[in-house]
Design a protein around this ligand. Structure first.
Ligand SMILES: Cc1cc2nc3c(=O)[nH]c(=O)nc-3n(C[C@H](O)[C@H](O)[C@H](O)COP(=O)(O)O)c2cc1C
Length: 369
């Protein structure tokens, strides 16, 4: 294998980038500053579009274009219960009561009133966001939590957009390739943030498969057709080298980029990712969908309560007063601090450019070329 192949030449060619590193789309973290810093460093910066108003998204895409001439991506979820939200009125009374009872346990901490009400109906914005992305002819569309359908892939291809699909199973990887995507991102169970399934699974199944097992299986299944990017637990060049050894063409990193200077994450989150004792857990108590976050008072109490999360993203709507107050107060126990399983090895808040260059350089050293 040549050096170029080892360091992801195939991925770089498909996406027209220089370093085989994709930065994850991350709501509240991956704004214009982080995206342009990563793209200007040779990787692929990806903006998060979930819950962004369509016209705000259009403006952001245009601002990114002003700040970089390099390719960038825009990410959104295709999850069936997020693309079209469940009707709050149809949630069983005992489910609403169970969830609100846990939230009520913590509301007094921020002087918030107790409630057993249903959350309001959210506005579905994903399809409108997809239209904006197509109209703006973005360089790369990055789909998470659901395989893009063939006609959506074709519409992106018609305007010259490459399509990247993040999946957590070989079956979904095969479906994505059958639908015409250009790159498959294989999400291992180590990953920070939400599990990349198109519908909600039970906790045991949602845990996912480790990269050590998933990456070679995905490479064997679809690697002959499209580049495979490994996602989950990669925070430095050792991770990139290991994923390349497993057959991946590059890596997608989330947690490492949260703790960068250009990330829009709150300082308390960056500090918790890089200092002190850190463990992670899978919870659906913050949003309604399973996500890996730093273990906290809230995640422990939610798990012990046995409460059932509201469907779609209605759990996050139900708890928005509590989680919002925690965010404003810099309370690290009552808000979702998404983090991958490798978080305890993170130290130091770097620039995005340092992350890209040091990861590539160290992988080159390890691989001996
Ligand atoms: C803070 C944070 C937010 C995330 N938000 C998204 C998102 O909006 N869309 C998405 O497809 N994946 C999202 N992810 C998941 C990542 O795409 C990826 O699977 C994960 O970050 C890889 O694991 P790592 O965090 O150990 O690098 C997010 C991850 C984190 C840490």
């Amino acid at each position: 294998m040549s050096t170029d192949e080892l360091l992801g030449r195939r991925l770089c060619e498909v996406l027209s980038i220089e370093a085989p590193i994709v930065q994850s789309g991350m709501a509240g973290v991956a704004g214009i500053d982080l995206v342009t810093a990563v793209s200007n460093s040779g990787g692929l910066g990806v903006m998060a579009a979930l819950r962004v108003q369509p016209e705000v998204l259009r403006d952001s895409i245009r601002l990114i274009r002003q700040a970089t001439s390099k390719p960038f991506g825009v990410n959104i979820w295709l999850h069936s219960d997020v693309r079209t939200s469940p009707n709050p009125a149809e949630i069983p009374e005992d489910v609403v009561r169970g969830s609100q009872t846990v939230l009520n346990h913590f509301r007094p901490r921020f002087d918030l009133p107790s409630t057993l009400e249903r959350p309001p109906s959210p506005t579905d914005m994903i399809d409108a966001a997809l239209e904006v992305m197509i109209e703006e002819r973005i360089p790369v569309f990055s789909a998470g939590l659901g395989v893009p359908e063939a006609d959506l892939v074709e519409r992106f291809h018609r305007v010259g957009t490459k399509v990247l699909s993040m999946v957590a199973t070989v079956e979904d990887g095969e479906a994505a390739v059958a639908n015409g995507v250009d790159v498959v991102v294989a999400q291992g169970g180590e990953s920070g943030g939400h599990r990349s399934y198109g519908h909600k699974l039970g906790r045991q199944n949602a845990m996912g498969t480790s990269c050590l097992v998933l990456i070679p299986a995905m490479v064997d299944a679809v690697g002959a057709e499209v580049p495979v990017v490994a996602s989950g637990g990669v925070i430095d060049g050792r991770g990139l080298a290991a994923m390349v050894a497993l057959g991946a063409d590059g890596v997608l990193m989330g947690t490492r980029f949260v703790a960068t200077r250009e990330s829009a994450a709150a300082q308390v989150w960056k500090n918790r990712l890089t200092t002190g004792s850190r463990t992670t857990t899978l919870t659906d108590g913050f949003t309604g969908q399973w996500a890996r976050v730093l273990t906290s008072e809230f995640t422990n109490h939610w798990a012990d309560s046995g409460a059932e999360a509201l469907p779609g993203l209605l759990q996050s709507a139900a708890g928005s007063d509590l989680f919002g107050a925690a965010k404003r107060a810099d309370d690290d126990q009552m808000q979702p601090l998404y983090a991958g399983a490798a978080v305890a090895q993170l130290s130091g808040i770097l620039s995005a450019a340092e992350v890209v260059s040091s990861t590539v350089e160290s992988a080159r050293n390890i691989l001996g070329r």
